[in-house]
Design a protein around this ligand. Structure first.
Ligand code: COA
Length: 378
């Protein structure tokens, strides 16, 4: 755990959420998926009848909502996703002299965070871009974002699965604490529909697209209503239960380049069982080390993968279910936005707390990776 001591105290002075306007409902997603399933089963009817192949099963909106709490998701493109012949979003390549799509989404969210903090792009002196899946290897997207905003200083990308956003905010915070930056932007553009396997019944409904930005500055001079960063915590335990083998070496083995393991896949039930106790213990330990009781926390901005998971984690921490305001959910509207979820929950549900109130932002998932920030409203 890192704690502000003789270093500069920091605060989150602004945040912003941007998402594409296009919505895909559970019903639309299932309709397209089920057309594809029926086609596949028709095409392999003889093998299915002979018992040499298992018939694929259809997906239902009822299951999706009950199992996860998701009702819809925003998407970069729905035409390609809902076309049973394609089931991949249409995202055209851009020439190198145009802003990359992921950088564009980062800038969209960054502008909102800067406006809330009363800052301009030229004030930014560090961009930490953290996302579960990076559009390219280099040049770093963070540097492109810094340039597009008109900022100075430096920028770097980090990838930590579901904890990419909380780690980006932590690194931005530590840079300000150490005096290496004074206006540090942590930004998380999650174009999740690009890595989602829309032909996998177990996971085709999970993700949605969105971008979130958080601005960190010295506490002294922070606008009233900012959130002081009291302490941060991170933890990792290796697991392949959530995995994506997409990478630059894929082309070296053309026979397996397009296999389904080059997209997101998971053992969802195992993840659920592993992560609920792990996340509850992790958050509890963070609070204990800061001398704050879970019942003193006015708001839990939790990772947004599954509403049932969040309910169980809250129950373990405070001994009862959290109310909708104590542990807000964005899943219904956004679905799982990979690492962006807890930061989006923070951005959308942080205006109403009184001065002095504690809140904790916490992520948990792929890696396994966990990250948390204990915050107090100024
Ligand atoms: N439509 C209809 N039924 C479905 C379905 C779908 N799309 N997908 C699965 N089912 C069925 C299964 O076939 C199974 O029925 P069966 O026992 O008759 O075969 C039943 O629903 C339960 O399946 P299961 O896979 O055990 O579902 P679940 O309750 O575990 O929910 C997740 C699945 C993914 C929503 C849930 O496990 C989860 O959210 N896990 C945590 C994942 C996580 O946090 N990941 C981090 C990513 S950032």
């Amino acid at each position: 755990m890192s704690k502000a001591g003789s270093t500069t105290s920091t605060a989150i002075t602004g945040s912003g959420v941007w998402h594409p306007e296009t919505v895909i409902t559970n019903a639309e997603l299932c309709d397209a998926f089920n057309v594809w399933v029926r086609r596949e089963n028709d095409a392999h009817a003889a093998e299915i009848a002979a018992g040499t192949r298992t018939a694929m099963r259809e997906s239902t909106p009822e299951f999706i909502e009950k199992a996860s709490g998701i009702k819809q998701r925003y998407a970069a493109d729905k035409v390609g996703v809902l076309d049973p012949d394609r089931m991949v979003p249409n995202i055209p390549d851009r020439p190198d002299d145009q802003l990359a799509l992921q950088a564009e989404w980062a800038v969209n969210a960054a502008k909102l965070a800067l406006a809330q903090a009363g800052r301009e792009g030229k004030d930014v002196d560090l961009v930490v871009l953290g996302t579960s899946n990076m559009q390219r290897l280099y040049p770093a997207l963070a540097i492109e974002v810094l340039d597009a905003l008109g900022g100075t200083g430096s920028g770097f990308d980090i990838a930590l699965g579901c904890s990419s956003a909380t780690m980006a905010i932590t690194l931005a915070t530590e840079s300000v604490q150490l005096g290496k930056a004074r206006c540090a932007l942590a930004v998380t553009p999650e174009i999740t529909t690009g890595f989602l396997n829309f032909r996998d019944r177990d996971s085709h409904f999970i993700f949605g697209d969105a971008s979130v930005a958080i601005l960190v500055e010295p506490l002294a001079g922070a606008r009233p209503g900012s959130y002081e960063v009291i302490s941060t915590k991170a933890m990792a335990r290796f697991s392949s239960n959530i995995r994506n083998n997409q990478g630059y070496l894929n082309r070296c083995d053309p026979a397996h380049r397009d296999d389904s393991d080059k997209l997101f896949y998971q053992q969802g039930r195992r993840v659920f069982k592993d992560v609920v106790p792990m996340a509850a213990r992790f958050i509890g330990e963070h609070l204990a080390s800061a001398g704050v009781a879970p019942t003193e926390i006015a708001r839990f901005w939790l990772h947004q993968a599954n509403s049932n998971m969040n309910d169980l984690i809250a129950q373990r921490l405070i001994g009862r279910s959290a109310t909708a305001l104590e542990a807000p959910l964005i899943l219904e509207e956004y679905a799982n936005t990979a690492s962006a979820g807890s930061a989006i929950a923070f951005s959308k549900y942080s205006d109403d707390l009184p001065s002095g109130a504690y809140g904790i932002m916490a992520s948990f998932g792929a890696g396994y990776s966990l990250g948390s920030l204990l915050l107090r409203r100024t």
